[in-house]
Design a protein around this ligand. Structure first.
Ligand code: ADP
Ligand code: MG
Length: 149
């Protein structure tokens, strides 16, 4: 487990942007935390780090949005799948040529790949957040170590 504190949304985006530089095709990141914690904010920073030019917004109503960058970014918000166990073809994304980031990933736990980087965001204060990164698999372990330096 690797923890980070941020004091405003820019710091959260900067952290995500740095993380993006370590990513490669097929990487899966999960984002969990309450509404307003900063999941979409983190995804925006990730997009910036992947060289996405378009504005990234919450895909709540579409579930999945794709963006073109250095690598494609697949941005999912699976909040609306809470009460269903429907597989909407997750593996195509998880094993695809892009990076996938999943907001509210706990709702599709059964479909998540074994190797992934779990990110939990906790709201401490209006502008203060605690980010808890739990690497699943050796590759993300290494990435977290580098990110901490
Ligand atoms: P979520 O996707 O988890 O519902 P959002 O990213 O949409 O959350 O919203 C987070 C809100 O919290 C934004 O309005 C953002 O400006 C604000 N915020 C304040 N401080 C931070 C911080 N340190 N990190 C991320 N967001 C922050
Ligand atoms: Mg969101």
């Amino acid at each position: 487990m690797y923890t980070f504190k941020t004091n405003n949304e820019n710091e959260t985006q900067d952290l995500a942007e740095t993380l993006a530089s370590f990513l490669k095709p097929g990487d899966v990141l999960t984002l969990d935390g309450d509404l307003g914690a900063g999941k979409t904010t983190f995804a925006k920073g990730l997009a910036r780090g992947l060289g996405v030019k378009r504005t990234v917004n919450s895909p709540t109503y579409t579930i999945i949005k794709e963006y073109r960058g250095r690598l494609p970014l697949y941005h999912m918000d699976v909040y609306r799948l809470e009460d269903s166990d429907e597989d909407i073809g997750f593996d195509e994304y998880f094993n695809g040529i892009g990076v996938t980031v999943v907001e509210w990933s706990s709702f599709i736990e059964e479909f998540l790949p074994k190797e992934r980087l779990e990110i939990e965001i906790k709201k401490i204060d209006d502008d203060e957040r605690k980010l808890i990164l739990t690497p699943k698999g050796e590759r993300f372990q290494t990435i977290c170590k580098e990110l901490k330096q």
